[in-house]
Design a protein around this ligand. Sequence first.
Ligand SMILES: Nc1ncnc2c1ncn2[C@@H]1O[C@H](COP(=O)(O)OP(=O)(O)OP(=O)(O)O)[C@@H](O)[C@H]1O
Length: 507
Amino acid sequence: MPFDWPYFLSLFSVGDFWRACVTVIQLSLLSWLIGMAIGFVLALAKQSRHTWLRWPVSLYIWFFRSVPLLVLLIFVYNLPQLLPSLRGVLSQPFYAGLISLILTEAAYMAEIHRGGLLSVPQGQREAARALGIRPLGMQRLVVLPQAFRIALPTLTNEYITIVKLTSLVSVISLTEILLVGQRLYASNFLVLETLAAVAIYYVMIVTVVGWLLQWLERHLDLQKRRAPTLSDLQVEKIRDQLPLPPQPASAALGAGQPPALQLRDIHKRYGDHEVLKGIDVQVGAGEVIAIIGPSGSGKTSLIRTVNGLEPLDGGEIVLFGESFLKAGERQSASFRADIHRVGMVFQGFNLFPHRTIVDNILMGPRYHTMGGGAAKRDTALALLDKVGLLAHADKYPHQLSGGQQQRVAIARALAMQPDIMLFDEPTSALDPELVGDVLKVIRDLAEEGMTMLIVTHEMEFALSIADRVVFMEHGEVQADASPSAIRHGSDARLQRFIGLESTPADA
Ligand SMILES: Nc1ncnc2c1ncn2[C@@H]1O[C@H](COP(=O)(O)OP(=O)(O)OP(=O)(O)O)[C@@H](O)[C@H]1O
């Protein structure tokens, strides 16, 4: 029997098919969107520290990925036999189909989201925590947008799978495309022609929605965004309108005030390895302390305990005379209230790649709804000007050099108007020619009276900028003295380390 072309072509003007297309689009989009939202919550729960949350979610994912959709559809549709109160909803094939698809897709989407979540670097979460952003805000502002972008191609693919899966819903008599076709060929026996038209309807839906999703992917692709570097004239014009950048609060503190920061008997261990063995350091308001020492001596671990990025195993952090963090205590109300007073700059910058430079700076103040203009674009621009980057305000981090990114990171920390700045090897990830600009910004801050704790391997910089130098080795403070006492001291090991003797440092 030859292929009946006129019949085949006539199928594209059958109203039932077009109505079925609408049903398929509604069903697939709703299950995709709801499945995606539930899947994200499940993915977060699966990463939880709490076993009571992780286990049921793992069980859910395992179960619904294992059960064939066809079995689930028939089960859900017939569930009112067991639970008559569900008859109102589940006896309607559309809702029974939607619920079955959501149950299955949420399980798949959870694993897709988990992949996205795992791909967001830990430094992103740490940068958000250092800005005092709480877990929910961190997910919303930092993790979710990045994880979503990473997962989007796979999520798009999942949508196409869902469109095809909707054909199974014909088993519970939902009038979708396949069922319309089945009814037709059951009466005229033109199976091939009818199924060819059914296939084309599915291909059309997948193609049109696929285009839309690809457009969304392109729209979210930050690599394709362009932002110009402003000319000197444009920068000058903007600069004229800007307020003064916020000044360090600690510069205004007078004598008789408690120390800005006290590290009391700090202990830290990773498993059996005790990396901090009772550190005591006191930092006066406006003082600059450089922390130096060989690799592995515990410098980074120490500075990360100050703002709670690493929990303490012993000791206490005291901020302006008040307890800020204590070993064994969960982060207290005073910690949460005061965390914005401690700014942090990381070795790896940890700028938020999905936000422009100026939005990176504004994220903290806006989250904390800070007053005094701190959350205003003009204040952020003034801070950018202070670090010499006003011309780049609307670029994304990947459009800047490492040194420029680190200066933005400094401006971002300053936007919280901190009393103390922590620098964790701020120039270690930079090429030598980019180090100078970053060090200059830190030096300017020191001259303004900012209280700073700087972990660094830049020995000359440390000795020239610091009021005191703390030399650490094997998790202990071996020396805590002025730069000149350190430079001219008698400790041979220390002299070798700072490179004043012929033996290379830490050889
Ligand atoms: N998350 C961790 N888990 C296990 N061990 C860790 C962890 N972080 C650091 N350590 C260990 O703690 C010790 C101190 O590391 P830390 O990074 O504080 O040293 P550092 O003086 O800053 O070194 P560097 O100058 O090389 O950065 C090292 O032996 C390191 O291997």
